[in-house]
Design a protein around this ligand. Structure first.
Ligand SMILES: Nc1ncnc2c1ncn2[C@@H]1O[C@H](COP(=O)(O)OP(=O)(O)O)[C@@H](O)[C@H]1O
Ligand SMILES: [Mg+2]
Length: 363
């Protein structure tokens, strides 16, 4: 059942479009991640949901009731929307204790929510810190307090804008796991902004991929990863190999072999994208496969996986290969060596050459 609904929402700043005809539903108890490059409109979408921006076009509903309607000018005040906010910089009140920060928006059942807050602080490793002030806490601890503050009034929806971006990598991984588990135990629906695909895949029941103010794909993480709708959506998850191909007999012929190309006309030029993990080194003599061969340009050991940079002989194209699960991280051929490899078609995506999509901007 839908708890938050965007209906044909568009928004512009000084005539420049930030969101363009956005419609989606957030369901009860669901975690949606908004994934897209910097400047694509993610924060604007959250601010509109929270009531921090006046809606210009479309309608927003919460629990079946319209809370903003550009047509009639209706705009429910932020504090009446029953939405919790947890933004990038935590924005804790420096002059209030941890407990006062958490209880800031709680209007009813204060004693009960205080007990809840003490319980949660203990669960999150902050036992005995309720009367401390924000400056006495580390970044990770402040993030947890900000999350508790957003959850304390028992909102129907919680909005998180890059909530882990100021934490270092290790702390980020731990904090996101705690955050997800805490939100799931409260039963609150959540919408989280990130430009980190791995974070989105970890947290989300459903991902909305956004580019230039438009939702270009929605789906479960595995669905988006394995069936991207465009080169842009494919490359959000990391570097991909791009090859030119031509469709002959229903297959896209490339320098790495021919791949089934249903839906692409005979003779059309296509762009073939292959994820690095779709390339697996094999013994050259393996009769089960018809391997491609390439020369190692460089090889880097990364722990669990090795990153190989390959160059095909007699071909100017360079291929970047991450050898993942199927190759031990200790597989590290020397530069100049020739290797054989096969391509797993599950990691191959074919798009019309004319697909007007660009790679994500650098973050
Ligand atoms: N207050 C503002 N005034 C003018 N332009 C803005 C404002 N906020 C955002 N923008 C512009 O709107 C676009 C979308 O911004 P934003 O929603 O912050 O994107 P994201 O969160 O995905 O990085 C960007 O081009 C940004 O520069
Ligand atoms: Mg933003």
């Amino acid at each position: 059942m839908s708890i938050l609904k965007f209906d044909h929402v568009s928004h512009a700043y000084d005539g420049n479009a930030a969101l363009d005809d956005v419609s989606f539903n957030l369901n009860k108890g669901e975690m949606i991640c908004l994934l897209g490059p910097s400047g694509c409109g993610k924060t604007t979408l959250l601010r509109l949901a929270a009531g921090l921006e006046v809606l210009q076009h479309g309608r927003i509903k919460m629990a079946g009731k319209t809370i903003a309607n550009a047509g009639t000018g209706l705009c429910t005040a932020p504090e009446k929307r029953h939405i919790g906010l947890c933004f990038q910089d935590f924005a804790l009140f420096p002059h209030l204790s941890v407990m006062s920060n958490i209880m800031f928006g709680v209007a009813a059942g204060v004693a009960k929510r205080k007990r809840w807050a003490l319980d949660m602080l203990a669960k999150l490793g902050l036992e005995g810190r309720a009367e401390d002030y924000p400056h006495m806490l580390s970044g990770g601890q402040q993030q947890r307090v900000a999350l508790l503050r957003a959850l304390a009034p028992e909102p129907g929806v919680i909005l998180l804008d890059e909530p882990f971006s100021s934490l270092d990598a290790n702390l980020r991984a731990q904090t996101r796991e705690e955050t997800l588990s805490l939100i799931k135990t409260t039963g609150s629906a959540a919408m989280m902004v990130t430009h980190d695909a791995e974070e989105a895949m970890f947290m989300a029941d459903r991902i909305l991929v956004i580019n230039k103010g438009r939702i270009i794909q929605t789906g479960a993480p595995a669905e988006i990863y394995s069936r991207p709708v465009s080169p842009f959506a494919a490359s959000l998850f990391g570097p991909v190999n791009r090859l030119d191909g031509v469709v002959r007999n229903g297959r896209a012929e490339t320098s790495l072999g021919a791949f089934a190309a249903p839906g692409h006309g005979e003779g059309t030029k296509v762009q073939v994208l292959i994820r690095p993990e779709g390339l697996t080194p094999v013994p050259e003599a393996d009769p089960q496969t018809s391997p491609c061969t390439a020369q190692i340009v460089s090889a880097h050991f990364l722990g669990g996986v090795s990153h190989l940079h390959l160059c095909q002989k007699g071909n100017k194209e360079l291929l970047h290969i991450d050898c993942q699960a199927r190759v031990p991280g200790t597989y590290l051929p020397r530069p100049g060596a020739n290797i054989a490899f096969k391509v797993d078609s599950a990691y191959v995506y074919i798009f019309p050459q004319s697909a007007a999509n660009s790679a994500p901007e650098p973050q």
